[in-house]
Every structure is written in structure tokens, then in C-alpha cells.
Ligand binder design. Structure first.
Ligand SMILES: C[S@@+](CC[C@H](N)C(=O)[O-])C[C@H]1O[C@@H](n2cnc3c(N)ncnc32)[C@H](O)[C@@H]1O
Length: 218
């Protein structure tokens, strides 16, 4: 079990990597959707036949390419693309993975491209993630919702765990300080004033929660 839930940019979840360990990675081409700066793709690359990381953010893809070159990894490549619009067949993946980037459209595309027996594994935001801000991520699912989605898209769930960490505070200032690294982002998306209101009205928590899932194409 991972000691604290993974956040984007903090590196791949050890719990997710452990779920992939029993798979014959050396034979597989793995597609990492919403790869960002490539943390998960780069961690998998030395063990896989090939890894492709796709993200719509060209700057993140540039950074992922820089990291791959610096690490001397030739088995990984990074592509700018929209993983909720494009189909995955051109990448010929044997496995689809995702770290904090999961949606109905992504699961549907994985379901269409993967052969029976192949794996879709991911970390997704749980609907309780930052619930104090009153606004779940559009990539967030609860346990029931993710099970329904995976069934609908042709997968049998082999592993589903919720990783949850609830920070508690004595004061408003402590609560604000705990989210200081998120302040600019939350100010831009409107979460910051809601979180400040939650704290000033007596709330004293900040919740992080993720689903860690491994599913196999039926
Ligand atoms: C929360 S970040 C996670 C990044 C990386 N997987 C990690 O864990 O560090 C979500 C990533 O998904 C990408 N993303 C979101 N929607 C996307 C889409 N429709 N197509 C491609 N990438 C997308 C974003 O650009 C961002 O890099």
C-alpha cells in the first residue's frame, strides 16, 4: 500500500506499479493516457517492450521527452494527442494505464482496443478528493460509478482499492497552509474561495482520495 496517495507530478503510485508487476511487461506495449510529464511511462519503460505516453499538453510532452532522453530510455515515446477523442488502435497497445486521468471516453477507447485478457490499470481521483472545495474533478469516480463504467466498457475488475488521507487542522491558518501549493490552481478554478469558506465556517479537514484499479478485458 502506498504511504500517502499519489498526486499528479509526485511520481507514479507504488500501488499501481505493484498491480502491474505480475503482468508479462517485457512482452507488452503499454499506452499511458494523460501521461503529463511521463512519470508513469518512464517508470514502466525499462521493464516493458515499449511504452507510449500521450497527453494533449505539448509542453508536458516536451518535458517527458527531455526526461526520457536524460534517462537514456529508447523504448518509450511521447505523443501529443487527445485521449478522449482519438482511438488507440494506431498505438497497438497490449495494456492501457493511466495516472489521475480517467474518464468514460478513455475507458471506452481502452475497451475497444484491448484484446480479451489484456489489462486496463489506473489511479483515478475518488469523488471525495478535495471534497472540502465542493467541486469534484471531472476525472473523479466513486466505487459504484467506476465498477459500472468498467462493466459497460467490457472489463472485469480484479482489484479496486480506495486510498484515502484526511489531514486535520487546529486553525484556519493551518488549513490554508496545507493547501498552499494548490493556491494558484485553486484560485484559477474557483476552488480556493470555497475551501477558505469551509475553513472559516469551522471545517478543519482536507481529504485526498484515489481509486487504484486493475481490470481485465473480458
Ligand atoms: C492530473 S494530470 C496527471 C498527469 C500524469 N499522469 C501524472 O500523474 O503526473 C492529468 C493529465 O491528463 C492530461 N489530459 C487531460 N485530458 C486529456 C485529454 N483529453 N487528452 C490528453 N490528455 C489529457 C492533462 O494534460 C494532464 O497532463
Amino acid at each position: 500500500m502506498v504511504p500517502s496517495p499519489a498526486e499528479p507530478g509526485e511520481g507514479p503510485s507504488p500501488a499501481l506499479l505493484a498491480l502491474l508487476e505480475p503482468e508479462p511487461l517485457g512482452e507488452l506495449c503499454v499506452l499511458d493516457v494523460g501521461t503529463g510529464s511521463g512519470g508513469l511511462a518512464l517508470a514502466l519503460a525499462p521493464r516493458c517492450r515499449a511504452v507510449v505516453g500521450v497527453d494533449r499538453d505539448a509542453r508536458q510532452i516536451d518535458e517527458a521527452r527531455r526526461r526520457a532522453a536524460a534517462a537514456g530510455l529508447a523504448s518509450v515515446r511521447f505523443v501529443v494527442g487527445d485521449v478522449e477523442v482519438e482511438e488507440y488502435a494506431p498505438f497497438r497497445p497490449d495494456m492501457v494505464v493511466a495516472h489521475c486521468c480517467m474518464s468514460d471516453a478513455i475507458a471506452a477507447r481502452a475497451g475497444r482496443v484491448l484484446q480479451p485478457g489484456r489489462v486496463l490499470a489506473f489511479v483515478a481521483f475518488h469523488t471525495d478528493q478535495w471534497k472540502e472545495t465542493g467541486r469534484p474533478s471531472r476525472f473523479a469516480y466513486g466505487e459504484v460509478g467506476i465498477k459500472r463504467l468498467l462493466k459497460r466498457t467490457g472489463f472485469a475488475v480484479e482489484h479496486l482499492a480506495v486510498e484515502r488521507e484526511v489531514q486535520t487542522f487546529e486553525t484556519v491558518a493551518e488549513g490554508l497552509a496545507a493547501a498552499a501549493g494548490l493556491e494558484a490552481r485553486w484560485k484559477a478554478d474557483g476552488r480556493w474561495p470555497r475551501y477558505a469558506k469551509f475553513l472559516t465556517e469551522g471545517g478543519r479537514t482536507l481529504t485526498r482520495a484515489h481509486l487504484v484499479v486493475k481490470a481485465r478485458k473480458a
